[in-house]
Design a protein around this ligand. Structure first.
Ligand SMILES: [Zn+2]
Length: 413
């Protein structure tokens, strides 16, 4: 059951220690949420209560708890159809049925504490319909930023799932513009092979410089960033020279390349779970070759993440797996963050990668922080995630736009 209605009522959240996203640790503060679903003020409860005097005010007691910005997952596919039995069942669905699957995934994602998701490859433009439904308050789900369809060359990575195929600068320019026409916030392009393509290897280069350059130029002209599915360093080096903004997966990044990424301000979304999620692949019924390739990429993928950390690359959190999917007793989102911490990031940096820094990559104000003017997208838990992100396993309260959408303590979800 979803709490509240779709309309926020002014609320005063008291008793919690707060990770604001901008500070270094926790502060003792109350949070005043306005009827517009945004944070009106952060400060001493008494002052905020005085500030709200005269109007209706809902008290939310979060004594003994930690409040953090809602998580932002930067690599999500809500209609993911991998090779294998589960993927085939999804791919064969009609548009309305697939949209229902995506809506269900959106609801689970939100309840897992992910209040914003960046979609990097969906099918049949259904993501735009879903976003309209979520924004209108008729479908529960995270705030969505979407690339629409991913783009690839003929037979390139993703051609048999959601990617649109094009060859030559003209065709790819047109496909990029088509995504923007539908409302894409960013452009996603597959520039090398990957895990899920039968006839390729992870290090198969797939786009010419001219093709990559045409997509990047169009996107930048229209004020959109370009993120690339990419494995090998050499392909990535070419894309960086052409102005690429962000790297997904980066299965085989050398230290030299991560140094270049840091120098040029190129972002990295490691999706480290995808080379470690054996149980998920089994549950999806993926073919053996894909499972072997994914798990085989694991050690080098881990090294890539560690190279990026050592180089000081800007890292944002993303899972590729469904954000709320079970993984090692928690969600894929929380497990991804634990992996990032295990790879050498501080808990504080991992928290930032899934909040304030992810919002920076999205290029949007008012997300990923707890401060006046920001969207009241919040999660609460018992322990302090800035000391150990495993605390996120205990998320049991979620608010989006000032509406409480989950409260386990009240026995309501
Ligand atoms: Zn993906």
């Amino acid at each position: 059951m979803i709490l509240d209605t779709t309309t926020a009522t002014p609320a005063l959240l008291t008793g919690a220690r707060v990770f604001t996203g901008t500070g270094d640790g926790l502060i003792d503060a109350a949070v005043l949420v306005g009827a517009d679903g945004r944070i009106a003020a952060v400060g001493p409860a008494k002052e905020l209560r005085a500030q709200a005097a005269g109007g209706p005010l809902r008290d939310v007691d979060l004594t003994g708890r930690v409040l953090a910005p809602g998580l932002i997952n930067m690599h999500v596919h809500l209609g993911l159809a991998l090779p294998g039995t589960a993927g085939a069942a999804i791919a064969s669905k009609s548009d309305p049925d697939l949209l229902l699957v995506m809506a269900d995934g959106a609801k689970r994602t939100l309840h897992a504490g992910v209040t914003t998701a960046r979609l990097v490859g969906e099918s049949r433009y259904l993501d735009f319909a879903l976003r309209r439904g979520i924004d209108a308050g008729i479908v529960p789900g995270p705030r969505l930023f979407t690339a629409g369809h991913a783009l690839c060359c003929t037979g390139g990575h993703g051609w048999d799932s959601d990617a649109l195929e094009g060859d030559g600068a003209d065709e790819l320019r047109r496909l990029a513009r088509l995504q923007i026409r539908h409302g894409a916030d960013l452009i996603k392009v597959c520039i090398s092979g990957g895990i899920a393509g039968e006839h390729e290897q992870i290090d198969t280069p797939q786009l010419t410089d001219e093709e990559m350059g045409s997509i990047i130029a169009v996107a930048h002209d229209w004020g959109r960033k370009v993120t690339a599915h990419v494995g090998p360093s050499e392909t990535l080096r070419r894309a960086i020279e052409l102005g690429l903004d962000c790297v997904e997966h980066g299965y085989q990044l050398t230290r030299e390349l991560t140094d270049l990424m840091a120098e040029r301000g190129v972002w990295y979304v490691p999706t480290i779970t995808v080379s470690r999620c054996e149980e998920f692949f089994d549950a999806q019924g993926v073919p053996d070759w894909m499972k072997q390739r994914a798990l085989g990429a694991g050690p080098r993928h881990w090294e890539s993440l560690q190279n990026a950390i050592a180089s000081g690359v800007s890292i944002a959190m993303g899972t590729d797996m469904p954000p709320a999917a079970d993984f090692d007793g928690t969600t894929a989102t929380v497990r991804e963050m634990e992996f990032m911490q295990e790879a050498g990031m501080s808990a504080l940096d991992v928290m930032r990668s899934a909040t304030v820094r992810a919002a920076e990559l999205l290029g949007t104000d008012g997300l990923g922080t707890i401060e006046a003017g920001a969207h009241a997208d919040l999660v609460a838990m018992t322990d302090d995630p800035t000391l150990d992100v495993a605390a996120l396993r205990g998320i049991d309260w979620v608010m989006k736009d000032g509406v409480t959408v989950r409260d386990d303590r009240a026995g309501l979800l």
